[in-house]
Design a protein around this ligand. Structure first.
Ligand SMILES: [Zn+2]
Ligand SMILES: [Zn+2]
Length: 355
C-alpha cells in the first residue's frame, strides 16, 4: 500500500524555528516548512521537552556546533506523508518522533539498531543550522521512526524518548522480577530508570543525596530509598541484599564518586550501567582482577532501540505509566530563552516547550 501525496494542512508555508546561534543566544526565526520525501513523514511538533543536551548547549557546559536547533524529545501530529511512503499512519494522528533505522546494515540485521547510522535522524537542516529539530514547528522523520501515542497528551508523548533510553537499559540488563537494582541519582533520567526497571518487575533501590528527589523517586515507584548524604550507600545496599550487593547498578549521574560507589555495591555477576554523560568527564577506575574474579562488567547506554521506543510509546499510549510528575512547567516557543533559563536551574525536572 502506498499513500498519496497529501497537502500539508497549514495556512502558511513558513514555520517558526528556535535557533541557538551560540551560548545563551537563541531566537525564533521564520523558515520554509520542509517537504517530506519518499519514506518520510512530516510531523507538526506540538510539545518538546528540554533535555540535558539542549541545556548544556545553551549554557555552554558542553561544546556544540552552532547554529543549532535543539529538541530531541518531541511529540506532535502527522501533518503529511511523503510520496510513496509505506506506513499505516494517518494525517492528524498523534505521534512521538523517535528511533529509526535503515533496516539493511549489520546492526539492523543483528537486532542492534542503536548503532545504525540511521538511528537518530538528528542531522536535520534548518538553513545554516542543524539539529534534532524539536524546537521547530515541523520536523521530517523516516516513517519507521514515527510512533503512535494514541490519546496521550503531547507533553507526555514527548517523554517517550527519555523513557525509551531507560527501557533500553533495563532490557540490556535482562532484568528479572524482584531482582535487586540500584539507581544512583534521581534526576529525570534516574527516575525514568526507576519507572522502566519497575516495568521489568525489579526491586528498585534509589541512592540520592537530595531529600526532595528521594521523595519523587518514591512517587515514581522506587521500592527502597537510600539518603546517601546520611548513610554509606554501599553498606546500605549490602544490608538490603543479604550481603550480596546489587545485580544491577544504573549510574544516572556522571560523577566519580557515584562510579566508585556503584562499582563497590555490585554483587558477583553484577552489571554496572554508565547511563549519564558528564562534562568534564569523571574518572572511573576498576580492578580488572576484581571484575575477572567476580564476573562483573560495565557497559554504557545512550539511546533506546526501536523496540525500546515502541515499548515506551505503548506504556504512554495505554496509560501504563504516569510520567506527569516529571513535568514542571510549560513555555510557548516564543519564550524559548526563558524556557531554557528555567531548565538549567538546579532541581528542575522537565520543562516543556509548546509549539
Ligand atoms: Zn533526552
Ligand atoms: Zn541500519
Amino acid at each position: 500500500m502506498t499513500s498519496p501525496v497529501l497537502e500539508a494542512p497549514v495556512e502558511t508555508k513558513t514555520m517558526r524555528v528556535a535557533v541557538m546561534a551560540g551560548v545563551r543566544d537563541v531566537s525564533v526565526q521564520d523558515m520554509a516548512i520542509p517537504e517530506p520525501g519518499f519514506g518520510q513523514v512530516l510531523v507538526r511538533v506540538r510539545a518538546t521537552a528540554i533535555c540535558t543536551w539542549e541545556q548544556r548547549s545553551y549554557s555552554g557546559a558542553q561544546h556544540n556546533k552552532f547554529p543549532f536547533v535543539g529538541g530531541h524529545e518531541m511529540a506532535g501530529e502527522v501533518a503529511a506523508l511523503g510520496p510513496g511512503t509505506n506506513t499505516d499512519l494517518e494525517v492528524g494522528e498523534r505521534v512521538a518522533v523517535g528511533s529509526a533505522s535503515c533496516g539493511r546494515c549489520h546492526w539492523c540485521m543483528t537486532g542492534q539498531d542503536r548503532a545504525c547510522k540511521g538511528h537518530y535522524g538528528f542531522a536535520q537542516k534548518y538553513g545554516d543550522a542543524w539539529g534534532p529539530g524539536g524546537f521547530a514547528e515541523y520536523r521530517i522523520q523516516a516513517a519507521d521512526g514515527v510512533y503512535r501515542i494514541g490519546d496521550a497528551p503531547f507533553e507526555i508523548g514527548a517523554l517517550s524518548e527519555p523513557l525509551s533510553c531507560a527501557m533500553h537499559a533495563s532490557r540490556m540488563l535482562n532484568l528479572r522480577p524482584a531482582q535487586d537494582v540500584v539507581v544512583i541519582g534521581a534526576g529525570v533520567m534516574g527516575l525514568m530508570n526507576v519507572v522502566a526497571a519497575r516495568q521489568y518487575g525489579a526491586r528498585v533501590i534509589v541512592s540520592e543525596i537530595d531529600a526532595d528527589r528521594l521523595a519523587m523517586a518514591k512517587r515514581m515507584g522506587a521500592t527502597e530509598l537510600i539518603d546517601a548524604s546520611k548513610v554509606d550507600p554501599v553498606e546500605r545496599v549490602k544490608e538490603l541484599t543479604e550481603g550480596r550487593g546489587a545485580e544491577a547498578v544504573i549510574a544516572a549521574i556522571g560523577h566519580e564518586k557515584a562510579n566508585e560507589q556503584g562499582w563497590a555495591m555490585l554483587s558477583d555477576r553484577g552489571r554496572f550501567v554508565l547511563f549519564a554523560a558528564a562534562h568534564p568527564e569523571p574518572a572511573f577506575t576498576i580492578s580488572p582482577n576484581d571484575a575477572h574474579n567476580r564476573e562483573t562488567g560495565v557497559f554504557g547506554v545512550i539511546s533506546g532501540e526501536k523496540q525500546d521506543f515502541y515499548a515506551a510509546t505503548r506504556l504512554i499510549r495505554y496509560g501504563l505509566v504516569d510520567l506527569s510528575p516529571l513535568i514542571d512547567i510549560r513555555y510557548p516557543l516564543s519564550e524559548i530563552a526563558a524556557a531554557l533559563e528555567h531548565a538549567i536551574k538546579p532541581g528542575t525536572y522537565r520543562v516543556i516547550v509548546e509549539l
